[in-house]
Design a protein around this ligand. Sequence first.
Ligand code: TRP
Ligand code: SF4
Length: 400
Amino acid sequence: MFGDRVLSGMRPTGALHIGHFHGALKNWVKLQDEHPCFFFVADWHALTTHYETPEDIEASVWDMLVDWFAAGIDPAKATVFIQSRVPEHAELFLLLAMATPLGWLERVPTYKDQIERIKDRDLSTYGFLGYPLMQAADILIYRANMVPVGEDQVPHIEMTREIARRFNHLFGREPGFEDKAKAAVKKLGSKRGKLYLELRTRYQEKGEEDALEQGRALLASSASLSMGDRERLFGYLEGVRRVILAEPEAALTETPKLPGLDGQKMSKSYGNALLMREEPKALTDKVRRMTTDPARVRRSDPGEPERCPVWSLHQIYTTQEVRDWAAHGCRSAGIGCLECKQPVIESMLREQEVWRGRAQPYLDDPSLLRSIVADGCDRARHAAQETMRDVREAMGLAYS
Ligand code: TRP
Ligand code: SF4
């Protein structure tokens, strides 16, 4: 189906921290109520950089999945799966590679940057160069049109759009396309068919983008079309090619600034992270020791919340009323930092208790986790296979 399909993935990094929750998972949880969603663990992506330590993958995958479900990802709503369990991703990656100019990959902004920056690993590999193309395959294979990601990933989504466009251009040719498209219009029914043709004319003759959007929406809601006819009609809206792979849109997740315990960016590798599931005592201790405005050396020194990383946590974890109290108390030295941190700690503990409760059944019975994910992998595979049938056919590989 076209329509509003959402897809996103994360590399397996093991137990997640609260930055992952507020920067990505919270948004995924919201999206699962609004759209069909596919969320996957990008384990092959982990190997593009960490191929020398494959022994870490297994535990990282399962630990991360527990945190997804702890966060509220609901397997009854979203399809949750593991990339390597859907080997069709690799087939599409291979086929897309045939027509992908090397320059497109070399020009991905993170590529040269990371090669130069990361000195402790050798990244001059074919796999590392190709990983944005693998990401394109991850997205295109589900015909996803919404990809929630952070800013750093936007160039990859842009390249994915170019890959899709090039694919449709090269392989969407079809003998007798116009006749087949016209026959497909009839299948829309007379009223919808007429509207479709009007929208097509408005777009093609006057370039009205909103007519194109409406035309796509009309097709997305036409459930009775076969996949082939759907591709033709999506393509016929714009020109004379089938649209076999849909162009996705990056749905930028606005990430709240969430500093680590030392005020730097929160990251497990910096050792300054608060995990989603900390022991309550450890969480309390960590926040109590967290860096504050350096100007507040003594309790009697006034401070400035804007210079304090704890203040960023207040933005997420406390009410306006509490924040007014904290800001005033800080600037007037009316409260101490430990007092100021207390409502943040309490709110965090409440949040983590919910996560802990959701995680427990999976910790008690790991086979539950395995079977839910196996089910997600089956569903994902089914969707991926549908696309691959069209891709193979378009590329001349469906012969007997
Ligand atoms: N490259 C992404 C990251 O590092 C993870 C990822 C892989 C992904 N495939 C994807 C994200 C497809 C969105 C869609 O965060
Ligand atoms: Fe930061 Fe609160 Fe201390 Fe002010 S009182 S420096 S905002 S922790």
